[in-house]
Design a protein around this ligand. Structure first.
Ligand SMILES: [Fe+2]
Ligand SMILES: [Fe+2]
Length: 131
């Protein structure tokens, strides 16, 4: 993946950064398949990405619960909204196009840069042991 681009999304929380890196790679895999018009593989990579997203959001929500994070509710709501967008991409095969993927990519990165960054700042400020 584009490491230059990814560095903007590094939060200095090892597990979160590892997850986000994997998600970025997952997005890139879907993109690569779309670019060679292999829609069967693109759908399969999209299904993998969805599972990774679900797993990651569960992880973050458990983490937030564990540290008594005050903004858990709005953050989790945003995860739900994001998953709904991602699920729509999977269900309608015809929508698996680069433009749709770019939109999904943008909201995933935007989430990391806002909601997840706020969480990381909170963890770092509180000097929690979750790092
Ligand atoms: Fe995240
Ligand atoms: Fe998040």
């Amino acid at each position: 993946m584009n490491e230059e681009r990814f560095k903007f999304y590094v939060l200095e929380i090892a597990k979160l950064d590892e997850h986000h890196h994997n998600l970025a790679e997952g997005l890139d895999k879907v993109r690569r398949e779309l670019m060679v018009h292999d829609y069967i593989n693109a759908r399969s990579e999209m299904a993998n990405l969805l599972l990774d997203l679900q797993h990651h959001y569960n992880y973050e929500e458990k983490l937030m619960l564990g540290i008594g994070y005050p903004y858990l509710e709005s953050h989790a709501f945003e995860h739900k909204r994001l998953l709904e967008v991602a699920q729509k991409v999977k269900i309608d095969a015809n929508s698996l196009k680069l433009l749709v993927l770019s939109e999904l990519e943008e909201i995933i990165y935007k989430h990391t840069d806002t909601y997840d960054r706020q969480l990381a700042d909170y963890i770092n400020e509180e000097n929690n042991d979750t790092k």
